[in-house]
Design a protein around this ligand. Sequence first.
Ligand code: FE
Length: 384
Amino acid sequence: MTGTAGRRGYAIEPGFESRRAMANRKSPLPRAWNALKGWNVAQRTFMIALMGSLILTACSDGKQAGGKKEVNLYTARHYDSDLPLYEAFTRETGITINRIEGNADQLIARMKSEGASSPADLFITADAGALWRAQQAGLFQPVRSETLDSRIPENLREPNGNWYGFMRRARVVAYDSAKVRPEEIDDYAKLAGPRFKGKICVRSADSVYNLSLVGAMIEELGADKAGEWVRGIVGNMARPPEGGDRDQIRAVGAGVCEVALTNSYYYIRMATGDSEADRKVTERVKLGFPSLGGKGAHVNISGGGIATNAPNKDNALRLLEFFSSAETQRHIASQNNEFPASPDVAPPPPVDAYADFVANPMGVAAFAARQPEAQTMMSAAGWR
Ligand code: FE
């Protein structure tokens, strides 16, 4: 997930209808009964039964035709700012989006338990690691789409078409510009050195973002060097891991530590958002983009894949293509402060001020698949 800002206050209930919508729905029967004034009871009963069977037929037709008119989106994105996107998709295509919201693990568990009868068409979440876990659970079917292939660079999608990234985020460093020189944090390796003993704030090893970063270290540097790095980071922690990425940035601002690992959008949101206190923090705390193996900063994705048993597969593909469109990437970049995945989409404000960094070209599927190894390595090092 990309944080909690703008989180919706409710999730859509099973059956794709909110409780409020169900409560507001009035039974049509009393009105129908009154409309048949002048008919005797037997005639009324016959007419009501006929109407009922017509309604049932319409419903079942709707279900079959649903393959043409709707798509069931399981999404770990919970932003009010996404609502105009859904509306635009429905306006453009006539396809209604039924949303099931939850965090990635909840949705993966739900799709697993629903099995072959799962209504899920498209699963959208943040972090290649979460998408990889869904793939490992057999929840995706590979698709090929020229549209997706032309919009999404090869390293930001799963090689067999199981999932595609449409936004990018870098996992980088927020640093106290009064104490740390930019060249001291221009490589992730430097964070594990003696210079930062007791100076690092970072969230827990449960964070899929950290698992992906360590997975990328393993992929780039090999298990031995990555293991050394992980032990170095644990040894340099200013405090036991607590809170999310923004809490780490604020801790740098409060002088608890000098550097923090964070996803780029959290910092950009603090620097450009509504909170005056957070903007104040970012006057002193700056964002640096370290290099991994001399090839650039670690980049992750938000993305999605088509469910194995998608009842509306074509619509799911259209929706995934819609998410990969230039308009959608620009919208999400401006609202949620991730970077567009497509090199042809110019980053809009406010992310444009941060977009000029060198990105490590590593395939997202490669580091995602290193997650179990990363998890073991982090536990062994005492990264809790
Ligand atoms: Fe996030």
